[in-house]
Design a protein around this ligand. Sequence first.
Ligand SMILES: [Zn+2]
Length: 101
Amino acid sequence: MKIFEERIVETVVDRVCDVCKESVMTDVGEGRVEEFGELKAKWGYGSKSKEDGNTYHLDLCERCFKVALLALKDHKRSLFMFDDDENNLPDEKFGLNSDRC
Ligand SMILES: [Zn+2]
């Protein structure tokens, strides 16, 4: 015999970018998929800026992810602009995972 009861179940119905608040859900065919980037950090005792125990997690839409990526790319360029080794300068593949499945 099956015994039933009503339960309230929380279900993810949307996911929004933590910067611009736009949905990261995209309609694909008859379904919806999440297209997002994440920025995460978990700092410990060795943190240089006293972030011990702090964790960060930002969900990012594609546009805001690109803004963050460009900011990091510019920062890296400024760090190595006078470096003799041109391999230290970011290129168009900066951050791109080359071993994606
Ligand atoms: Zn966004």
